[in-house]
Ligand binder design. Structure first.
Ligand code: PGA
Length: 252
C-alpha cells in the first residue's frame, strides 16, 4: 500500500519565527495522523530552525530546490549536502515556478534528482502542463518529456525513493483545481510511464501527489481517487487551521 503524503510548499512565505511557531503547532496534528506522512517545505532561511523544531516528531522538512553540485562557485545556490546539514529529509525539484521563473530545464532537474538521491534526500519531482499545452492536447506529451528527461538514468531502486507531484500549471495558485477525474487520469498516465520505464513493482509503489489549488474543501474528493497518493499544497498550507484540515482529509 502507498502511504499518502500531505506536503505544504510554503514558497516565499514565513520568517524563521513564523516557521518554528507553525511546526510546533502541527507536531501534535502529525503525531495523530497515522494515515499519512506530513511534510513541510519552508524557505531556505527557515529550514534549519524548522528542522530543529520538528526533530523527533512526525513532521518531515523539505527544501524547495537544490543545486546539483556538492559545493562550488554558484552564487545564491544551496547544495544537497547543505540541506542535509540543515536537517531536511526531502527536497522539491522542478516546481513549475522554478521551471518558468528561473528557466530550469529537464536536464538540470535530472541532475538535481540524482544529487538529492546521492545525498539521501527524498526528491519530490514536479511535472505538469500549462493551460496552452492542455488546450493543444499536449498534456501527455509534456508529461512524458518531463518524466523521461527528468528521471533519465535512474534505476528502479532510485525510482522507489522518489515521489512525483503532478501539478498542472493552470491550477497552481489560481483557485482552479483539476477535477479529481482529470487529476486521476494524469496520474494513471504517469504510473503507466513508470511501469514502462521502471517495471510493475516500481509503478505500484510510486507515490504521485496532486498539486494545484488543493484546499480543505476539495482535498477529500481528490484523495478518494485511488490514483492520487497525496497533495502538494501551496496557499492552503500556510495557515495552521487549513493545513490541519488537509492532513485530516475526509477518509471513507
Ligand atoms: P497552490 O500551490 O496550492 O497555491 O495552488 C501548489 C504548488 O505550487 O505546489
Amino acid at each position: 500500500m502507498r502511504k499518502p503524503v500531505i506536503a505544504g510548499n510554503w514558497k516565499m512565505y514565513k520568517t524563521i519565527a513564523e516557521a518554528v511557531d507553525f511546526i510546533e503547532k502541527i507536531k501534535p496534528v502529525a503525531a495523530k495522523a497515522e494515515h499519512c506522512e506530513v511534510v513541510a517545505a519552508p524557505p531556505f532561511t527557515a529550514l534549519a530552525a524548522a528542522a530543529a523544531a520538528a526533530k523527533g516528531s512526525q513532521v518531515k522538512i523539505s527544501a524547495q530546490n537544490c543545486h546539483w553540485d556538492k559545493e562550488g562557485a554558484h552564487t545564491g545556490d544551496i547544495s544537497t549536502v547543505m540541506l542535509c546539514d540543515a536537517g531536511c529529509t526531502h527536497v522539491i525539484i522542478g516546481h513549475s515556478e522554478r521551471r518558468h521563473d528561473c528557466g530550469e530545464t529537464d536536464e538540470q532537474i535530472n541532475q538535481k534528482v540524482k544529487a538529492a538521491l546521492a545525498a539521501g534526500l527524498t526528491p519530490i519531482v514536479c511535472v505538469g502542463e500549462t493551460l496552452a499545452e492542455r488546450e493543444r492536447g499536449e498534456t501527455e506529451k509534456i508529461l512524458e518529456r518531463q518524466f523521461t528527461a527528468g528521471l533519465a538514468g535512474l534505476t528502479a531502486a532510485d525510482f522507489s525513493r522518489i515521489m512525483i507531484a503532478y501539478e498542472p500549471v493552470w491550477a497552481i495558485g489560481t483557485g482552479r483545481t483539476a477535477t479529481p477525474e482529470m487529476a486521476a487520469e494524469a496520474h494513471r498516465y504517469l504510473r503507466g510511464l513508470a511501469r514502462q520505464v521502471f517495471g510493475e513493482a516500481a509503478a505500484d509503489g510510486i507515490r504521485i501527489l496532486y498539486g494545484g489549488s488543493v484546499k480543505p474543501d476539495n482535498v477529500g474528493g481528490l484523495m478518494a481517487q485511488n490514483e492520487i497518493d497525496g497533495a502538494l499544497v501551496g496557499g492552503a498550507s500556510l495557515k495552521v487551521e487549513s493545513f490541519t484540515a488537509l492532513v485530516n482529509y475526509p477518509r471513507g
